[in-house]
Design a protein around this ligand. Structure first.
Ligand code: ADP
Ligand code: G6P
Length: 744
């Protein structure tokens, strides 16, 4: 039976050694707590790190650890102390974590750590490959394993791989500072589906892929090598019932069943009618905005002194990554702030902040969630934040108020929370007051809407949606595989070519015979191309036509002394072998002076674009421009042009990073059909890379062999990846013995 393989750096269980005895506890953090419920359902294996370095284990403890891991349907990746230092603390938590959370000042770029990151990602790949069987679905998680999808794909290209990032993906302006940006993007693109918590992270990723790898994106799909990768957002949910039911059970606890923590919380709550508690729970991480939160609580107590002695901040900070200096500094800063504020405001019977620095068992977490009137979740940057969702899920009486930072991914879905900018103390203090004073019916209205959503979009549903999307990428893969010109299909075409009596071959130029260049003048033919075209042209009973959007002057310069048949300007001019150029279409130029100024305004407003004036057309090229600006401006230009051309017998064509206005209904399809009439061709072949070639693919007869270069949407029958493959294919034409030679 096929299984799901979940891979994350940390396993859902954390193992510690105490005098050769192993101590197992659940891992904290959104990834582990969320995925745990997915792992518990169905056939799945979770691969990750146990939390112990290999050097910590001995002959006695190692088998115990492995047995525990196996018992939990997990497999471990052995990390040495050196790996833990450089891969985990180093690259993952001193480079990627701060960079992706916009803490550039905390980000270090150390080559040694990068080397270790690659090595450890490879170690993970080795364990995955040992365990993966055909038909398994692989789901890689988070920033520690950005290279893993690629490493797996290289070895097992037919496996379906999903990747999910649990933290933000930063904007291009931040990501571009990263020295290994291309490698990391390529690593992630090994997956067939890449998921993020929010649409913002998704669009940042797409923008980086476009700008840094120059990849073509079509809505949320990226064409990369011979694959199409889907990018989507899936906001992670929680196991709603688990939290809701636990909270309901808690409410039934008798006095003796209550935990010590619960009793202490009750002491405060029952001390007076006006006593209220504000909750703050996070891993002790600088992204969580803990110092800001404490300072804004201080500001609140100063601004609204009537709340002193009544309101208490219950702060749970779970120890995390304490080997990283920034976390140690944060610990010190937090201790000092709590100490100072408690010193400043405390009375005999009241301390404003209760601060726990430890990990608590699940039941105590529920004590905290259910006892606090307000949850104050104010990260400065957070991929999602599940604590916010868990707090809402435990409010069985539908009371309580969530104050949530706009900078948390969760804020996108939790509009009924009181959303704040955590850097605005004034606003935080005001909102806190509003939360503490919110009437019960308003609390209920807000909490109930959020609960409904959390109940619907649970973590199971989230995983299900991810898997459904991943499965649908398999259909895309299958369609593509069937269209890709593999050896069998190529041989088939060659057979037809060889046995045909009369052959007609259409070749687009830019992006097909030569690579796409930033400057069109740089795309002149090379020696190899001349040789290839010479041989093709010499094939008996074969008409080869270069069909291009270029002007005839450029082709005359490059091929003037060659006996090639060429069609330029999308079908305006024909040069039939040694003969002179003749116009195929009756076209006009009188419209050009009127429209040129419009294109010029677009050039002025869009640096990097330029106008190419051909004999009968004007082209606006935008290949050197930022891809997003280019999309925006080209939509704008098309709208302007379409409103102007209606009465002028003009048409607007969109090519590869070019918009062209031409006279009449000229296009490559019309030109190709005209050439087809000239003889009785029994082998028709057309190859091209852009939109203008689609006219040809569509207008040629059904029996024609049409080939698209690249993976864009096409009506061609087959595709090849790049110009190298085009040349290889054409070379095979020239090497194929011609079986049947028709009499002229
Ligand atoms: P992050 O993933 O950055 O740590 P999240 O808020 O998304 O932040 O996830 C934190 C997860 O860790 C939550 O599911 C929460 O229940 C869990 N958690 C937080 N504190 C503790 C704790 N003391 N003991 C056990 N689990 C905890
Ligand atoms: C966040 C990350 C997880 C990570 C967790 C705990 O939730 O997204 O990948 O596991 O924090 O951090 P740690 O470094 O202890 O694994």
């Amino acid at each position: 039976m096929s299984k799901t393989i979940i891979i994350s750096n940390r396993l859902p269980l954390q193992i510690k050694l105490e005098e050769n005895e192993i101590n197992v506890s659940p891992s904290v953090g959104g990834l582990a707590t969320g995925m745990k419920s997915v792992h518990e359902e169905g056939e799945s294996l979770w691969i990750g790190w146990s939390g112990l370095a290999e050097e910590d284990l001995n002959e006695e403890t190692k088998p115990k650890v492995l047995a525990e891991i196996q018992k939990n349907h997990c497999a471990t990746v052995p990390l040495t102390e050196n790996d833990v230092d450089h891969f985990y603390y180093g690259f993952s938590n001193k480079t990627l974590w701060p960079l992706f959370h916009y803490f550039l000042e905390y980000t270090s770029f150390e080559n040694e750590n990068w080397e270790s990151y690659k090595r450890v990602n490879q170690k993970f790949a080795d364990v995955v490959l040992e365990n993966a069987e055909d038909g398994d679905t692989i789901w890689v998680h988070d920033y520690q394993l950005l290279l893993l999808p690629q490493y797996i794909k290289q070895k097992k290209p037919d496996t379906s791989i999903g990747f999910f990032l649990h933290i933000p993906f930063p904007s291009y302006e931040v990501f571009r500072t990263f020295p290994w940006r291309e490698e990391v993007l390529e690593g992630m693109l090994g997956a067939d589906l890449i998921g993020f918590h929010t649409y913002d992270y998704e669009r940042h990723f797409l923008s980086c892929a476009r700008r840094l790898l120059h990849l073509d994106t079509n809505f949320n799909e990226i064409s990369y090598n011979d694959r199409i990768i889907k990018i989507d957002s899936f906001p992670m949910g929680i196991d709603f019932d688990k939290f809701y039911n636990a909270a309901r059970e808690h409410s039934k606890n008798s006095e003796t069943e209550k935990s010590d923590i619960q009793k202490k919380l009750d002491d405060h709550l029952y001390a007076s009618n006006e006593a209220q508690m504000i909750l703050s729970i996070d891993r002790l991480d600088y992204t969580k905005g803990i110092p800001n939160r404490i300072k804004s609580f201080e500001y609140f107590l100063e601004k609204y002194p009537e709340y002193q002695q009544k309101v208490r901040l219950i702060m749970l900070a779970v120890p995390s990554r304490s080997n990283v200096p920034q976390y140690q500094l944060l610990k010190r800063e937090t201790d000092e702030l709590v100490g100072r504020i408690n010193g400043k405001f405390s009375t005999v019977s009241w301390t404003p902040i209760w601060y726990f620095y430890r990990s608590l068992p699940f039941d105590n977490l529920i004590d905290l969630y259910t006892s606090c009137d307000v949850a104050m979740i104010t990260p400065v940057r957070d991929g999602m934040n599940l604590v916010a969702k868990e707090y809402v899920a435990t409010r069985v009486n539908q009371d309580g108020v969530l104050v949530l930072s706009e900078m948390a991914g969760a804020a996108k879905e939790m509009n009924e929370a009181l959303l704040i900018n955590p850097n605005n103390f004034e606003d935080v203090a005001k909102t806190l007051k509003m939360a503490l004073e919110m009437p019960k019916d308003e609390q209920k209205a807000r909490i109930s809407v959020m609960q409904e959503r959390l109940k619907r979009y649970t973590v199971e549903k989230w995983a299900q949606e991810f898997f459904t999307a991943l499965n649908s990428t398999k259909d895309v893969i299958n369609t593509l595989v069937s269209k890709k010109l593999n050896t069998k299909l190529t041989n088939n075409i060659l057979e037809k070519y060889s046995s045909a009596k009369k052959r007609l071959v259409f070749l687009d130029y830019d992006g097909t015979l030569v690579g796409f260049k930033n400057n069109p003048l740089d795309a002149s033919p090379d020696e190899e191309l001349y040789n290839l075209l010479d041989s093709l042209n010499a094939q008996p009973n074969t008409d080869v036509i270069i069909i291009s959007g270029r002007d005839k002057e450029t082709f005359t310069k490059w091929y003037g002394d060659k006996p090639y048949t060429m069609i330029t300007e999308h079908g305006v001019w024909l040069k039939d072998k040694e003969k002179d150029w003749v116009a195929l279409e009756n076209v006009k130029r009188d419209w050009m002076p009127k429209l040129r100024p419009i294109l010029e305004t677009f050039v002025d407003r869009t640096p990097g674009t330029f106008i190419e004036e051909k004999n009968f057309s004007l082209a606006w090229h935008f290949r050197k421009v930022d891809p997003e600006l280019a999309t925006l401006r080209s939509v704008e230009l098309k709208t302007v042009l379409n409103s102007l051309i209606a009465n002028h017998h003009l048409s607007v064509l969109e090519g590869n990073k070019v918009i062209e206005i031409k006279s009449g209904n000229v296009n490559k399809g019309r030109a190709a059909s005209r050439m087809l009439m000239k003889d009785n061709y029994d082998f028709v072949f057309a190859i091209g890379d852009d939109w203008t070639d689609e006219y040809m693919f569509r207008d040629l007869p059904e029996s024609a062999i049409t080939v698209k270069v690249g993976l864009q949407k096409t009506s061609a029958k087959y595709f090849v990846q790049n110009t190298l493959e085009v040349r290889n294919l054409l070379k095979k034409f020239t090497e194929t013995p011609i079986l049947s030679v028709a009499s002229k």
